[in-house]
Design a protein around this ligand. Structure first.
Ligand SMILES: [Zn+2]
Length: 211
């Protein structure tokens, strides 16, 4: 696997050019320095490439669900700093149609291995095309209004009743982050629902495809 080695952006976790670590005290990428983002901090096991990409494909598309446990174990190491002090894990939801077709939500499987209570606080209300298939410029539009947050105590079919995220430090979990548009859309929902902080953990991230 191609690990994401320091220096990385202190915010989103993107790799930074190596000179940045020496020249600035708080290492942040250009995008994170442009303004506050709903995702406060993000980390991944490695780049969506080579063997990690193959592992994720076997997990998602060949239904090898036990892979989630191994990836979660790695994520607990790579994301230890982000898991420390967090209250709950919220998986990025799949649209019910895609979930039925796949039989499981890989993000929820991954979230269950992180040692935090898992709360399915978000629902996908609009079927969107896979982010990986779209050019970066179209991804934010693709996920806009695609998510909905629930009210405390409300129950969606197939989901346990969830508690409020108000005042909580939430770890948002997904398999792959491409441009970060999906994570950002979900984080905005969680912040609107009163989450104090939103951190994002993904098994892998696509490098160099950010707007
Ligand atoms: Zn950044």
């Amino acid at each position: 696997m191609r690990a994401i080695t320091p220096p990385v952006c202190d915010g989103c976790g993107d790799p930074l050019p190596s000179w940045r670590a020496i020249s600035v005290a708080t290492a942040r990428c250009a995008r994170c320095r442009r303004g506050p983002r709903a995702v406060d901090r993000g980390r991944a096991i490695g780049l969506y490439d080579g063997s990690l990409r193959e592992i994720i494909h076997a997990w998602k598309y060949q239904g090898r669900r036990s892979i989630a446990r191994a990836l979660a174990a790695r994520l607990r190491v790579e994301g230890a700093e982000l898991l420390a002090g967090a209250d709950i894990a919220v998986p990025v939801p799949l649209h019910p149609r895609r979930r039925r077709a796949r039989g499981f939500n890989q993000a929820a499987d991954l979230a269950r291995g992180l040692g935090l209570p898992v709360v399915e606080a978000l629902r996908r209300v609009r079927h969107t095309r896979s982010q990986v298939e779209l050019p970066a410029a179209r991804r934010h539009g693709n996920v806009r209004d695609a998510f909905e947050r629930g009210a405390p105590g409300r129950r969606w079919p197939g989901c346990p009743p969830f508690r409020s995220v108000e005042g909580l430090c939430v770890v948002l979990v997904d398999d792959v982050s491409t441009t970060g548009a999906t994570l950002e859309a979900c984080a905005r929902m969680l912040k609107a629902a009163g989450a104090r902080e939103v951190r994002a953990l993904t098994a892998a991230r696509v490098a160099g495809r950010r707007p």
